[in-house]
Write a protein that binds this ligand. Structure first.
Ligand code: ZN
Length: 454
């Protein structure tokens, strides 16, 4: 990266709040926190040297392959934009004093701002200034990726303090043909069935959204890579929206192998763990995540909606992948969201460690889950003939095993694991397992390696 594209932003602040307890149990959280703090000052965007430098640092932890798509490349309905890089930016008063300074916070410049260097009155400048009147001490985070523009972000109080006068305005940036880069790590397992883990790497100095997700994904990859596994895991570190779209456009052959997927975002704050279901709503990862979060205590389960982060792209109707999203406070729901208050004091090692542990438990659950396919799915197979059904028709009491057999036959479509079937049926797991064993012995179902796609 160019030396100048990495300016220190607000100096790192120590974690605050009662949740931070520096115990042995928080050691993984401390490592994740340190990675968040290391990456925090870099000025990232959807393209540019900040993303390259971020991916280069992640390569110390996870074996990332870096992919580059030249500007102008078509990706589904989108086109890879020009590359944006920024060296410096400021607004200076008539004495040359910087009243807004990119070196103090990279949030001060609207992402993808065109270069500008001129003198102008405050009245002329105002349409290019963005503040948060309701949070007058905070700097907003703003971008203009696909509409050519330039601007500055500052606190309302800083704006109110500016006298009506003439100012020198400089944005020393380039918007020129280059590339969009993303990182990908493939951790091969016993089967080629895949679990996709995705996070966005396009935000500048914002800690929870989404350096928490980036750092947890990196540590998760390191941990998963160190032990035997049934699934192949694919980690994608890409800029939001355009990066996921670019990845989808280049990986049509991979998509049929993706059995489960998880988008990681906003995982370092004090909010309760929150799982957002896939578009299908009853994917195996939806069941696994629900069971894990329920066992962990306070949590939220959200239905799918076509907003949020890159689950939108993975769950667009033409792909409809079984991909959910794990967060704490979801994007847009916490007051620090997309402001300078989403800094290192908002995330804490204990929350990061607990989020990592939840991811590990969800994947452990999926690793252990068994999937079957009904070999006779058109009409019920004649169970009585096989001695699997009560001889007396019309009897009210149905044996638990019989009930479990009917549920397994109905939901053994390769997508529902036995734990999901037990939950849906309201039956003990051992009954459903016994039913599956019985049906397997009668050659009425067969096991699949993972949840096959419909
Ligand atoms: Zn965001």
């Amino acid at each position: 990266m160019s030396e100048a594209s990495s300016f220190p932003a607000t100096p790192p602040q120590p974690p605050s709040g009662a949740a931070f307890v520096d115990s042995e149990a928080n050691a993984p959280g401390r490592e994740i926190y340190d990675l968040v703090a290391e990456l925090y000052p870099l000025c990232r965007s959807i393209t540019g040297d900040g993303v390259r430098e971020t991916l280069a640092r992640l390569q110390r932890i996870v074996p990332l392959t870096i992919h580059a798509l030249p500007s102008g490349t078509a990706a589904l309905d989108w086109t890879i934009p020009p590359e944006w890089n920024i060296r410096d930016a400021w607004i200076a008063d008539r004495n040359g004093r910087r009243v807004v300074d990119f070196r103090r916070s990279n949030l001060h410049v609207v992402g993808y701002s065109l270069p500008v260097r001129r003198r102008m009155s405050l009245a002329e400048l105002r349409p290019h200034l963005h503040t948060l009147p309701g949070q007058p001490d905070l700097i907003p985070y703003r971008t203009s990726y696909y509409k050519e523009n330039w601007g500055f972000c500052l606190s309302q109080r800083a704006l109110d303090a500016l006298p009506e006068d003439e100012y020198e305005v400089c944005i020393d940036a380039t918007l020129a043909p280059g590339a969009l880069v993303y990182g990908e790590a493939l951790l091969r397992g016993a089967t080629d069935e895949e679990i996709l883990v995705s996070c966005h790497v396009c935000h500048p100095s914002l800690a929870n959204d989404n350096l928490s997700g980036v750092a947890i994904a990196a540590h998760l990859a390191r941990e998963i890579g160190s032990r035997p596994r049934r699934y192949t895991y694919r980690f994608v570190f890409a800029p939001g929206t355009i990066g996921a779209i670019a990845w989808l456009s280049r990986n049509a052959a991979v998509l049929p192998r993706i059995r489960h997927g998880l988008v990681l975002s906003c995982l370092g704050d004090a909010g309760a763990l929150t799982y957002k279901r896939s578009r299908r709503g009853d994917s195996a990862i939806d069941g696994a995540a629900t069971r894990v979060l329920r066992a962990l205590g306070s949590h939220r389960i959200l239905p799918f909606s076509p907003d949020g982060y890159d689950e939108r792209q993975y769950c667009s109707p033409g792909f409809d992948l079984p991909v959910g999203r794990l967060s704490r406070s979801p994007a847009g729901t916490f007051p620090e969201y997309h402001t300078s208050a989403d800094d290192l004091s908002l995330v804490a090692p204990a929350h990061l460690a607990a989020s990592l542990a939840a991811c590990q438990e969800i994947f452990a659950e999926l690793e252990g889950e068994r999937f079957f396919v009904n070999k006779s799915p058109k009409g019920e197979p004649q169970l009585g003939r096989r001695g699997l059904y009560g001889a007396l028709g019309g009897e009210m009491r149905r044996d638990r095993l019989e009930a479990a057999i009917l549920w397994v036959l109905n939901l053994a479509d390769g997508r529902h694991g036995l734990a999901d079937i037990a939950e849906r049926a309201g039956l003990p797991a051992e009954d459903v397992e016994a039913a599956a064993a019985t049906l397997l012995a009668h050659d009425l179902i067969e096991e699949t390696a993972g949840a096959s796609r419909t």
